[in-house]
Design a protein around this ligand. Structure first.
Ligand SMILES: Cc1ncc(C[n+]2csc(CCOP(=O)(O)OP(=O)(O)O)c2C)c(N)n1
Length: 367
């Protein structure tokens, strides 16, 4: 329904709802209940508030670093809520806070991880989400491998994976998609085009008309969608998953969105961002439009929003309080998980770090 109608080569973009929350194309609305839309909206709010909270505690030196989903919540919640827990897989990038929460990663795990505690990368039983992935686009290969295994074992799961616009210039992006298409594996490749790769704007990264067309080279069905439109992303992903489950192979979905926040907590976007363009882009904030949609449908109100904000802030505070009370990082953990057995060069670095922290305990990040 969607993939056939929108031609990425002509830069046609799937958009169902405008930035005021008005449904422009009712005939394209995906199948989803009002309850699920509301649940999605609440998750988007939760992730946004967590990002805001983390910005503050990171500035206070209570969190090492993190990468925010601010601005990209519609995309991330819309795809992640369609992952069937315990059956499907998610092979994430590092900027996936909203998707992690949606897929069932406890908030405290995410916070622990960004506080430098590897225990945060441990997923609960039945949550098939790979750990945070810092190298760009390698998660596409992991997804292809997992999807190949799903097909080979006939276990019926699908695999979702995502990368940034910058990640789509990596060799691994093509290698993974080529192999996936060749073997018609049940994978859904998502590009979260937030317009920047750190400080490199998308225009300086590619001459391609958009990122969806990058699927054409490997023969993969592809579509460009408005990534700030929850319904557009939900619909495209729903169709891609249905096709993958039917044995009709992988899809590439570009979600055109905008990074409202900084690249990371160590970055200052004001240095390279055009302020006028920024002011235009934030009018497309995905939370504003979905809220307006729900209010117009009488499924939500300002009073309920005020109550939700307070509840979510309390929850976030409580999660972080737990993290601060349970963040005992054993120095060895920092070195132990790269290889099955610690190689000599890492053992040497460990001894050096241990001696340093023993000599200067006040500099210590460990106990
Ligand atoms: C293989 C690899 N090369 C370089 C880096 C350094 N690096 C970290 S983030 C980044 C930009 C990625 O941009 P994009 O893919 O658009 O994702 P975004 O951060 O915007 O979500 C780079 C080059 C890395 N992490 N991995």
């Amino acid at each position: 329904m969607y993939f056939d109608k929108f031609d990425a080569l002509k830069n046609e973009k799937l958009q169902i709802m405008d930035n005021t929350g008005k449904i422009l194309k009712p005939e394209l609305m995906p199948k989803i209940s009002d309850e699920d839309v509301l649940a999605a909206y609440k998750l988007m709010c939760l992730s946004r508030r967590q990002d805001d909270f983390q910005n503050k505690v990171q500035r206070q030196g209570r969190m090492l670093s993190f990468l925010s989903s601010t601005g990209q919540e519609a995309t991330e919640v819309a795809y992640a809520m369609q992952i069937i827990k315990g059956k499907d897989w998610f092979s994430p990038a590092y900027r996936n806070n909203a998707a992690w929460l949606t897929a069932g990663i406890p908030m405290r795990n995410i916070m622990l991880y960004w506080c430098g505690n590897e225990m945060g990368a441990k997923t609960p039983e039945g949550v098939n989400v790979l750990p945070v992935n810092i190298p760009i686009a390698t998660q596409y290969s992991h997804a292809t491998g997992l999807a190949f295994a799903e097909k080979y074992n006939k276990t019926g799961g699908v695999v979702l994976t995502t990368t940034g616009d910058g990640g789509s210039s990596e060799g691994e992006f093509y290698e993974a998609m080529n192999f996936a298409k060749l073997h018609e594996v049940p994978a859904i490749f998502i590009v979260e085009n937030n317009q920047f790769a750190i400080s490199t704007p998308r225009k300086k990264a590619t001459k391609a008309i958009n990122f969806a067309v990058k699927g054409i080279a490997v023969g993969m069905r592809n579509i460009l969608v408005d990534g700030n439109d929850f319904f557009a992303v939900y619909g495209a992903v729903q169709e891609a998953i249905a096709l993958a489950r039917k044995g009709e192979g992988p899809s590439l979905i570009e979600c055109e969105t905008y990074r409202i926040g900084a690249h990371s907590s160590a970055d200052d976007p004001k240095v390279y961002r055009d302020e006028e363009n920024h002011q235009e882009q934030i009018k497309n904030d995905p939370l504003i439009r979905l809220k307006a949609y729900l209010i117009a449908k009488k499924k939500w109100s300002e009073q309920e929003q005020t109550k939700l904000d307070a509840e979510q802030d309390q929850f976030i505070k409580d999660e972080f309080a737990w993290v601060e009370a349970n963040n005992n990082v054993d120095l060895k953990d920092i070195f132990a998980y790269t290889y099955q057995e610690m190689p000599d060069f890492l053992a040497e670095q460990y001894e050096e770090a241990k001696a340093f922290f023993e000599a200067y305990p006040s500099k210590g990040g460990h106990h």
